[in-house]
Design a protein around this ligand. Structure first.
Ligand code: ATP
Ligand code: MG
Length: 359
């Protein structure tokens, strides 16, 4: 994530230490705010392992807090170096005393302090306060790889992000219907992949032209079935792509009963042709919760740009609500979509961060 920036990284028990010059600290902190798998981070002062140095650093830290209007604090100490003359409790008491005698306007509140001054005695002594909450979750890459069906909507980027938070590496596939859909619509999906990818070590986006498939569905499928059949074709294509690029599952932004194609019966139809597991991390969330998450992720403002997606252009006015998988499969097979799907799969474009290749 740091790219060209030079940072010394040291890993010890329960802590990563990143040493960087002041000129890089803003970039480093920006990366940390997007790093899935850490519970938090803080800037720390490093000082010699003597009581005087530790207390004077604690006093400095307390002054900063007082200047920022903090009124109550406590000291939290950890000591992995047992050779240090004070134990954790002793450190807390003595450092607290030092702060109270040197900084006016601060009071100790053990149970509900406005801020905490942390002292850690390890191979060096570290003193810090404040700190930032990290994203939590599991590091991306430790839980296999999934292929996200990424539309231009609000839901699917959030779905990809949530799976990345469980440690999954994410690739994405998008189906467009140029010239029925605009180039801006495609650009918007690339942007969504970039924003989401900034949290998951990059997302490789495969873009397929589904115009032929959609036209065939429009011409030959019963109108009320069009969206469900299109979803089946998307799932089937995504599965083929996933198997080629070694993804273990598909990920979608579907949420139960959000729209007609996402009733439980229609979801059953949608996945009836494929064998790979379909992960739907938003299945039990309402739209408001999803929107909040999209705003936090930074995709919401892009998702609401008004370029029509391929699905909206071809959606029927009165879609089927409770499709039967048997009927769905019979209709699907009668459409002879496989050669059109294979054409789409053979002519994909790949976008990966800012790079662009065309096959
Ligand atoms: P979103 O669900 O992301 O807000 P949407 O509302 O346009 O987008 P839905 O109709 O809810 O899409 O589609 C359900 C799911 O199907 C999406 O979350 C996405 O995973 C997948 N999907 C829909 N359209 C496309 C597409 N053009 N390309 C890839 N996947 C798609
Ligand atoms: Mg949706």
């Amino acid at each position: 994530m740091l790219g060209e920036i030079k940072v010394k990284i040291k890993i010890t028990n329960g802590r990563f230490f990143l040493e960087c010059g002041d000129e890089n600290s803003a970039v480093v902190e920006n990366c940390l705010s997007r790093l899935i798998g850490i519970s938090g981070w803080a800037r720390t002062v490093i000082c010699p392992k003597t009581q005087e140095a530790v207390f004077s650093a604690s006093v400095e830290e307390a002054r900063k807090l007082a200047n920022n209007g903090v009124k109550t604090f406590k000291i939290r100490a950890r000591r992995t170096d047992k050779a240090f003359p004070l134990d954790s409790y002793g450190l807390c008491c003595k450092a607290g005393e030092a702060v109270l005698t040197s900084v006016s306007g601060l009071k100790v509140d053990i149970h509900n302090p406005q801020d905490i001054i942390n002292i850690e005695i390890r191979e060096k002594a570290y003193v810090y306060s404040g700190g930032n909450k990290g994203l939590g979750g599991l590091p991306v890459g430790c839980a296999g790889r999934g292929l996200l069906l990424l539309s231009g909507g609000i839901d699917s980027p959030v779905a990809g992000f949530l799976m990345a938070c469980r440690g999954m590496s994410v690739d994405a596939i998008h189906f467009h219907a140029y010239p029925y859909t605009s180039l801006e619509a495609k650009q918007k999906v690339i942007r969504l992949a970039e924003i989401t990818g900034a949290f998951c070590m990059g997302i490789r986006l495969y873009v397929l032209n589904f115009t032929q498939v959609q036209q065939r569905i429009k011409e030959r499928a019963p109108n009320e079935w069009a969206t469900v059949i299109l979803r089946m074709a998307m799932m089937s294509s995504a599965e083929k792509a996933a198997l080629k690029i070694k993804c273990n599952c598909l990920i979608t932004g579907e949420s139960l009963s959000q729209v007609a194609s996402q009733t439980i019966e229609n979801l059953r139809c949608t996945e009836s042709l494929i064998k790979l597991p379909v992960l739907r991390p938003l299945i039990g969330m309402d739209k408001e919760t999803i929107i909040k998450k999209a705003k936090k992720l930074g995709t919401f403002e892009v998702s609401i740009l008004p370029y029509a997606d391929c699905c909206t252009l071809f959606s029927p006015a009165h879609p089927i609500l409770h499709g039967e998988p048997e009927s769905a499969r019979a209709i699907y097979e009668s459409l002879e979509l496989e050669p059109l799907i294979d054409d789409a799969l053979n002519g994909y474009e790949i976008f990966s961060a800012n790079q662009y290749e065309k096959k």
